[in-house]
Design a protein around this ligand. Structure first.
Ligand code: SF4
Length: 748
C-alpha cells in the first residue's frame, strides 16, 4: 500500500515564503483568509494575547506582531467550524475514539455544554446550571477533598487561575497539577534552589545587549518563533549564537523574516547559529561541565576568566564545583556528551570571550532524569562569570504556553508557599489546606489507585499530554467524573469514567461580556511581563461562558461560602483587587495593568537579591548521568512537528524537517539504520520498558534517515507518549522523561 505523504530533505532556512504560504493556507482552511482584523489584534496593546507560546512582546510591537504558529493558534480558535449538538449526535464516543488527534482538532469549536450518556454512548446537550449542580453534588459526596484533582493548562488566564485555586482550596485540597509539571518544572526546581526564584532572569531588551546567546535543547522555529526576530537582530550585530541540539533544526541554522518583503521575495536568509553542536540525547550536563573545566584551564593559563569578585560576594559552594570539574576526565566528558574535546573547548572559549551571555533552554534539558542537575550545572556556568543580574546576561527558560508562568504565580501549585496560604486565608477568611497535593504524575497514580475520583481540567488534553498513555487512559476510565473546560474537541474528552461533562469556554480572541461590562484578562509571559488581553470577536456560540464564570458557577454550586462568586465575575477588576491583596508583587494591579504593554513583575535574582536559604546564589555539584540504554537501545526524544502546538495537531506537515502529510515517522541516524538493516521507509515499532518491567509498544513508524547523532532517535508526541513509563521522570521535579526514552526499534 502506497505510503501517505512524502519525505524530502530538511529546509535550509526557517520563515520566509513558506511561513507566509502556510499561514494563509491555515487561515483559508478555517474561513479566516479575509479576517485580517483578527490577526492585527494579536499581541497588541488593545488586542488579545496570542494563545500560543509565552514569548514576550517587544516594547513597541510591530503591526504584525505574530508568527506562523501564532496564526495557526489563532485560526484554530477563531475557526468557523463547529462541533455542535448535531456533530455529537452524528458521532458516538466510540466512533470519535477511533479518530486521530489531527481529525479531532479539525472539527472546530464546541458550542454548548455536553454530558456523556453511557446508555447512548453519545455526548448530549445539558444546561449550564444542571451541569454545575451535577458537579457540586459529586464533589460534596466525595469522602475527602483530596479525592478531587484540579488540572490546569497554560492557556488559563491569571483571573481564572486565581479563582480556580481559591475554589479548590476553599473546597479543601492542594491537588493542582498543571502542564508545567510536564515541561519547565525542572527549571522551577533548579532555579528556585540555585538562585532563589524559579523564573528566568532576563527581559526581551537583554537580547539587544548580549554578546553571546547559548540555546540548549530548544527549537524556537516551531515552539517560540518570534524569538527568531531577536536572534536574527543579534546575529546581524555580531552576537554569537551557539546552539546545542541533537537535531539540526532549520531555524537555528538560517532565518528569513517573513515580514521582510525583499528578503522573503529573494529567499535570502540570515545565518543564526555561529556554532552548532549536536550532543547525544542526555549529553548536555557533560558538555556544560566540560565548558566549566575549560574555563578553569583558561583561568589558570591567562586569568581574568572568572568573575571572582562576583563569586566571592554573591555565591556559595564554588570550590566544590571547581574541584569537581578539575577532577572530571576529558574522556568521560567526551563520551558522556557525544561531543569532541575540541568542540566543548570552542564553546567555552566563545563563552569566555563574551562579556554578556544569555543562556536559553527548553524541553531538551527539562524532560530528562538528570534535568535538575543539568540546569544547576548551567547556572554554575552563568555564575562563574557573573552572568546573572547584569544587562544583556542571564537565564532564559523559554515557556511554551502563553500563561503557564502566570498560572503558577496565581497559586496553581501542589506545594503552595506558607506566605501565600496565609494571605489567601486572611483575604477570604478561611483556613486553606497546608498539606502537599498531587503533581501530574502523582495525580495519575492516585486516580489509578482509586484515591482520586474526580478530575477537572481547565483547558488542555490531559489524556494525550501525559505520559504512559495506556496506563493513564486506563486510570482515567476509573474516575467517577471528569469535567473539561475546553474550546475544541480532543482525545481527553473521549477517555471517560462514569460521568463526563464538556463545558465550552470563550477563547482569547472573543469578547467577554459580563454583568459589569466588557472584560479583559491578564497573562504573564516567559520574562515576567504581565499584560492585558481583550477579545473582540463575537463568541463562536451565544452559549459559551468565560473561564472565570464557569469556575464561579461550579464554586457556587459546590461550596457554602461567603465569597460572592457572581460579583467577582461581574467585573474582573474585583478579582484583580483580590490578587493584589494576596500577592504583593501585584499591588495596585488594576492601575498598573493600564500601562501600555503592562508591567514587569521584577526578579530577585536579576537584582542579585538571592532569596535562597543561604542568602547567596548556590553553586551545585552534579555527577555525570549514567547511560540508561542497553547495547541495542536508542535514546528517543519526543518532539513537536511544525504543524503542532503541544497535543494540538494543526496539520500533518513538518516543513522544516522535510515531512509532508504524515506523522508516524521516526528519525534515525544512517549508521544505526544500517546496523539494524533498516532502510528509509521501513516500518518499525518502538518499544520501551519501565521500572515495572512492563514493555510499552508504539506501532507503525516509518524510518526517516536524519542528521542526528548515533544512538539517538526522534519522533512526535502525543503518538509516542505511550513509551514514557509513569515512573520515568526527572529527579525532584517529576517531569516525565519525554526527551530521553531508551527504546528498541523492531521491524514490523
Ligand atoms: S511567538 Fe508564540 S506567542 Fe508569539 S505569535 Fe508566535 S506562537 Fe504566538
Amino acid at each position: 500500500m502506497a505510503k501517505k505523504g512524502s519525505v524530502s530533505s530538511p529546509a535550509r532556512a526557517a520563515g520566509g515564503m513558506g511561513a507566509l504560504l502556510s499561514s494563509f493556507q491555515h487561515a483559508r482552511a478555517h474561513g479566516l483568509a479575509a479576517d485580517w482584523h483578527t490577526f492585527l489584534k494579536a499581541n497588541q496593546g488593545d488586542g488579545f494575547d496570542c494563545p500560543g507560546c509565552a514569548w514576550p512582546e517587544p516594547k513597541k510591537p510591530s503591526s504584525f506582531e505574530f508568527c506562523e504558529n501564532g496564526v495557526k493558534a489563532i485560526t484554530h480558535e477563531a475557526t468557523t467550524r463547529r462541533a455542535d449538538r448535531a456533530f455529537f449526535a452524528a458521532h458516538s464516543v466510540s466512533d470519535l475514539r477511533a479518530r486521530d488527534h489531527y481529525w479531532l482538532e479539525q472539527q472546530g469549536r464546541l458550542t454548548e455544554p455536553m454530558r456523556y450518556n453511557n446508555r447512548t454512548d453519545h455526548y448530549e446537550p445539558i444546561g449550564w446550571d444542571e451541569a454545575f449542580q451535577k458537579i457540586g453534588k459529586i464533589l460534596r459526596t466525595l469522602d475527602s477533598p483530596d479525592e478531587a484533582v484540579f488540572y490546569t493548562s497554560g492557556r488559563t488566564s491569571n483571573e481564572a487561575a486565581f479563582l480556580y485555586q481559591l475554589f479548590g482550596r476553599m473546597y479543601g485540597t492542594n491537588n493542582f497539577p498543571d502542564c508545567s509539571n510536564m515541561c519547565h518544572e525542572s527549571s522551577g526546581v533548579a532555579l528556585g534552589e540555585s538562585i532563589g526564584i524559579g523564573k528566568g532572569t532576563v527581559t526581551i531588551e537583554d537580547f539587544e545587549k548580549a554578546d553571546a546567546v547559548f540555546v540548549f535543547g530548544q527549537n524556537p522555529g516551531t515552539n517560540h518563533p518570534r524569538m527568531l526576530t531577536e536572534l536574527q537582530k543579534a546575529a546581524k550585530r555580531g552576537c554569537r549564537i551557539v546552539s546545542f541540539n541533537p537535531l539540526k533544526e532549520a531555524a537555528l541554522l538560517r532565518f528569513t523574516h517573513p515580514q521582510h518583503a525583499v528578503a522573503t521575495a529573494l529567499g535570502s536568509s540570515t545565518r543564526i547559529s555561529s556554532h552548532y553542536y549536536q550532543p547525544i540525547i542526555g549529553g548536555d550536563l557533560a558538555a556544560i561541565k566540560g565548558m566549566i573545566k575549560r574555563l578553569l584551564e583558561l583561568e589558570e593559563e591567562r586569568g581574568g576568566v572568572l568573575d571572582q569578585a562576583f563569586i566571592d560576594q554573591h555565591t556559595q559552594g564554588w570550590l566544590a564545583v571547581r574541584d569537581d570539574a578539575r577532577a572530571a576526565k576529558w574522556d568521560d566528558l567526551v563520551a558522556n556528551s557525544g561531543l569532541s574535546k575540541q568542540q566543548i573547548c570552542e564553546a567555552a572559549d566563545i563563552y569566555a570571550g563574551a562579556e554578556r551571555v544569555i543562556v536559553c533552554w527548553a524541553m531538551g534539558l527539562t524532560q530528562q532524569k538528570q534535568a535538575v542537575g543539568t540546569l544547576q550545572t548551567l547556572v554554575n556556568l552563568l555564575l562563574m562569570r557573573g552572568n546573572i543580574g547584569r544587562p544583556g546576561a542571564g537565564a532564559c527558560p523559554v515557556r511554551g504556553h502563553s500563561n503557564v508562568q502566570g498560572d503558577r504565580t496565581m497559586g496553581i501549585i501542589e506545594k503552595p508557599k506558607p506566605a501565600f496560604l496565609k494571605a489567601l486565608g486572611q483575604t477570604f477568611d478561611f483556613k486553606p489546606p497546608e498539606h502537599e497535593g498531587h503533581n501530574t504524575v502523582e495525580a495519575i497514580k492516585a486516580i489509578d489507585k482509586g484515591r482520586a475520583l474526580f478530575l477537572m481540567s481547565m483547558g488542555g488534553n490531559f489524556a494525550a499530554a501525559t505520559p504512559d498513555t495506556a496506563f493513564t487512559e486506563a486510570a482515567l476510565a476509573k474516575l467517577e467524573m471528569t469535567v473539561h473546560v475546553s474550546t475544541k474537541l480532543n482525545r481527553g474528552h473521549l477517555v471517560i469514567g462514569n460521568e463526563s461533562l464538556i463545558l465550552p469556554c470563550l477563547g482569547r480572541t472573543e469578547r467577554d461580556q459580563q454583568a459589569g461590562g466588557l472584560q479583559q484578562v491578564t497573562v504573564e509571559d516567559s520574562m515576567s511581563m504581565v499584560h492585558a488581553s481583550r477579545g473582540h470577536r463575537e463568541p463562536a456560540s451565544p452559549q459559551l461562558r468565560s473561564e472565570p464564570a464557569i469556575i464561579a458557577g461550579i464554586a457556587a454550586a459546590t461550596l457554602k461560602s461567603d465569597v460572592d462568586w457572581a460579583a467577582l465575575v461581574a467585573d474582573y477588576d474585583r478579582i484583580r483587587d483580590k490578587i493584589a491583596a494576596v500577592i504583593p508583587a501585584f499591588a495596585d494591579f488594576n492601575q498598573r495593568i493600564k500601562q501600555p504593554g503592562g508591567f514587569y513583575l521584577g526578579n530577585s535574582a536579576r537584582d542579585r537579591a538571592w532569596t535562597t536559604g543561604a542568602g547567596k546564589a548556590l553553586f551545585k555539584v552534579h555527577p555525570l548521568p549514567a547511560n540508561e540504554c542497553d547495547a541495542n537501545q536508542l535514546r528517543l526524544m519526543t518532539m513537536r512537528s511544525h504543524d503542532q502546538f503541544n497535543t494540538t495537531i494543526y496539520g500533518l506537515d513538518d516543513r522544516y524537517r522535510g515531512i509532508r502529510g504524515k506523522r508516524m515517522v521516526v528519525f534515525l541516524n544512517r549508521e544505526d539504520m544500517a546496523e539494524r538493516s533498516l532502510k528509509a521507509g521501513t516500518e518499525v515499532d518502538l518499544i520501551s520498558q519501565g521500572r515495572d518491567g512492563k514493555k510499552r509498544r508504539a506501532q507503525g513508524f516509518e524510518v526517516v534517515p536524519y542528521d542526528i547523532p548515533r544512538g539517538c532517535a526522534a519522533a512526535y508526541f502525543p503518538e509516542t507518549n505511550v513509551l514514557v513509563p509513569i515512573d520515568s521522570y526527572a529527579a525532584r521535579s517529576y517531569t516525565p522523561t519525554s526527551k530521553f526514552i531508551p527504546v528498541w526499534v523492531e521491524r514490523r
